[in-house]
Design a protein around this ligand. Sequence first.
Ligand code: GLU
Length: 555
Amino acid sequence: MNFEKQLELADLIFPNVNESIEDYLTKYPKRDLKDGAKVTRYAPSPTGFQHIGGIFTALINERLANQSEGVFYLRIEDTDQKREVEGAISLIIDSINKYGMNFSEGVTGEDSEKGNYGPYKQSERKKIYNVFAKDLIKKGLAYPCFATPEELAALREKQIAEKITPGYYGEYATYRNLDVEEAIKKIKSGENYILRLKSPGNPEKRIKFHDLIKGDVSFPENNQDIVIIKGDGLPTYHFAHIVDDSLMRTTHVIRGEEWLSSLPIHLQLFDVLGLETPNYAHVPTIMKLDGNSKRKLSKRKDVESAVTYYDEQGYPIESVIEYLLNIINSAFEEWRIENKDADYHDYVVELEKMSKSGALFDIVKLGDVSKEVICKMNAEKVYNLYEKWSNEYNKEIHELLVANEDMIKKVFNIEKNGPKPRKDFAKWNEVEGKIFYYFDELFAKETINDVELPKTLNIEDAKEIIKKYKEVYNFNTDNSVWFDELKALAASLGYATDRKAYKKNPENFKGMVSDVAGAVRAAITHRSNTPDLYTIMQIMGENKVRQRFEDFINL
Ligand code: GLU
């Protein structure tokens, strides 16, 4: 190799680049952190769509950094400028913040950032990538490639027809061995080019690597002359992330497993650039069950792939976080049982405990987790979160809610402090269906067909019961007296008040006292499954209860 010629080529391509890789490594020194502190990052492209998988990956990164008193930073990977969307950065930051995470460093807004390792937007790092690219050209490890898109397409076609691995490599890489003199001439005459790595790999050989989630993996060495700098002067993901993670002193690259197959390229790039390889962990893709088969949670097909879906449905953020922690480490579930009231931050996430294969996203399980989460909240918190949600997504109920704040707080408090607190809601859009009967405005929309009755009763039986019941009903009694009075009425109407007696001779009775209570419940709420009936009536107040009796009789 003629080093002088290589230098001439490198200077021709990058006339203004005078710094060396060393200069940059000195400029961005290793961070002064305590032993074992991890430096992790979230590195999305600003596409304007926040996939739940991004939150999942971010959460793992954030937990590992914070658990070790390290650094979690935001880097924006905007080298594919065609895909860029206005306002996407704010969207990314807002959703991460919303999910309880904060960046200690990096991009902080559309045009702002903090930290000593920037710029944190790839589009602003062109100068830096050029230093690394120039270094490779000087060493003969990168070259300008003048192949036109048509030439590349023809090559690919030929390779596919001949059943050989497609790509730009070895003997198929026409410009790999172009005489440097020739290359210089072409550039001077204004021909378009991109920069490619001159891969030193041999696919007959294998490289071994220890991935912190996947364990020991091994691959054939890379021999593709991958593009490092594109026609627009910006780097590819492969090249950019090597440079960035080195200079930003990332200790753990934790990213989606779709990148695992590119790992041989990345390891090779660290090697040719003489850079230290960070730890890698490839996070399993979030899958869903579709019929009997598993598939990727898709942006196009699955509404639940978008983070906004959880907002719209009204899953509390905490529920989604708890659920994601369940997927991250299945041991979380047991920890949660043993540490009912602990903050989720106290759970220590471990990469080694992550499942190596697909993470299954199960919306039913999310619902169960969420019911537990809401169940543990006090009534005040339930009210506040529901108020906020309904203000955005259900104005009608929101108006009723704020006008009846005290009443609804009592509703949310029913059986809260008892031994078995209720698990009525998994998400805020389910609340209306369970509290609508407190509001005359909503109750008025009901029809006779909505009334749910005990199996033993038809609507006429139920009306008969209510006609009698309204005569004996006392509002101002305690729960046990109230129930005794209900029992007395049931007995007088021929309903059993004793389960055993009923079981023995069911033919002697019209039904059980529970059926009579069911009729009262139906009159008050139109529903068969509600919290404690006495409490509901107390919260409603005597006037409303008596009105409900009248309305029921006249249904
Ligand atoms: N920008 C890449 C992506 O969104 C980041 C991958 C990584 O974390 O390195 O997939």
